[in-house]
Write a protein that binds this ligand. Structure first.
Ligand code: PGA
Length: 358
């Protein structure tokens, strides 16, 4: 049974109105395959849900980051599933490890929330995952099985559930699970579901991976047979990262807005792109941001062979350095003017000299 690839962006407790609008604008301009190929869901903080829903393209969807365990009422600070339904919010993330750990949400409490949200018609991204201590103690499967078992005890229909395996030690740490580690847990969990829930659910439920996913590591992870997508935290805040990841997951080259004829490029060329991207510091915007923001680039992508050349550029305003395509002139971070340091003009492209003048 085909499981549609799922890309979730978890913005957590981040963003201003302007920043949120900027990410939405970039997502709206992205060229991605249709909903029949990939499902994209972004999860802004509660207060931004209506604005994001109002501005976001119709083929992308929104998720809340939590919902109350039962019908709303005198529960100060909580948001009920009914309120989300009333606002037309289709998805909710439940059981994120940050809530399990910081707010002591137990397996049973999370399972109750999942069951209640489903009963109200919401679709649920249910998060599970082990801590470093649990992994080192060799009980990873026991932990994720217990978390899943609690949910399985409360629901009978899994059609609207996506399981997000997010090892706690990989979340926000930059320490991503290796493709083999992720695949092992996903496969074990699917086997567990086969044995304890049903063969149908095991075959159809999407198990996505989360924990320090970015454009550089997503491609290999996505190649794992039991990995059906991602829940992306930090990287999803970088404008355009989601569809960049989408591209990295084997979408056809024509979907890549940075490509002239990516289908014809050699693997070697692809690797050099990877190196450029991965060498950019986590402080700087990802190169994809500038690509995505540059409409002119999108329009000219089939005309200019030089579009694939990345150069180091420094911003005259914010003084940050970026790897950008040659023709990008505006800073991806502050839109100030970029000074380009072409590789052909400097022996060391990462050299801070000459410095852009403030
Ligand atoms: P991260 O977060 O990508 O920043 O590690 C993932 C998540 O918490 O969902």
């Amino acid at each position: 049974m085909a499981r549609k690839f799922f890309i979730g962006g978890n913005w957590k407790c981040n963003g201003t109105t302007d920043e949120v609008k900027k990410i939405v604008t970039t997502l709206n301009e992205a060229q991605v395959p249709g909903e029949d190929v990939v499902e994209v869901v972004v999860s802004p903080p509660y207060v931004f849900l209506p604005v994001v829903k109002g501005l976001l393209r119709p083929d992308f969807h929104v998720a809340a980051q939590n919902s109350w365990v039962r019908k709303g009422g005198a529960f100060t600070g909580e948001i009920s599933a009914e309120i989300l339904v009333n606002l037309g919010i289709p998805w909710v993330i439940l059981g994120h490890s940050e809530r399990r750990q910081l707010l002591n949400e137990s397996n049973e409490f999370v399972a109750d929330k999942v069951a209640y949200a489903l009963s109200q018609g919401l679709k649920v991204i249910a998060c599970i995952g082990e801590t470093l201590e649990q992994r080192e103690a060799g009980i990873t499967l026991n932990v994720v099985a217990e978390q899943t078992k609690a949910i399985a005890a409360k629901i009978s229909n899994w059609d609207n559930v996506v399981l997000a395996y997010e090892p706690v030690w990989a979340i926000g740490t930059g320490k991503v699970a290796t493709p083999a580690q992720a695949q092992e847990v996903h496969a074990d969990l699917r086997k567990w579901i086969h044995e304890h829930v049903s063969a149908d659910v095991a075959a159809s439920v999407r198990i996505i991976y989360g924990g320090s996913v970015n454009g550089g590591n997503s491609k290999e992870l996505a190649g794992q047979p039991d990995l059906d997508g991602f829940l992306v935290g930090g990287a999803s805040l970088k404008t355009g990262e989601i569809y960049y990841i989408n591209w990295r997951n084997g979408m056809k080259a024509k979907e890549d807005p940075r490509s002239n004829n990516r289908n014809e490029e050699s693997e070697e060329e692809e690797e050099s792109w990877d190196d450029s991207e991965e060498s950019s510091s986590s402080e700087s915007c990802c190169p994809s941001s500038s690509f995505n923001n540059n409409k002119e680039y999108h329009q000219n992508q089939n005309q200019n062979q030089n579009n694939n050349v990345l150069v180091v550029a420094g911003c005259k305003s914010c003084l940050m350095y970026f790897m950008v395509p040659k023709q990008v002139e505006d800073c991806p971070k502050c839109t100030g003017q970029l000074l380009h340091f072409d590789r052909s003009q400097t022996n060391d492209p990462t050299s801070p000299s000459p410095s852009p003048s403030p």
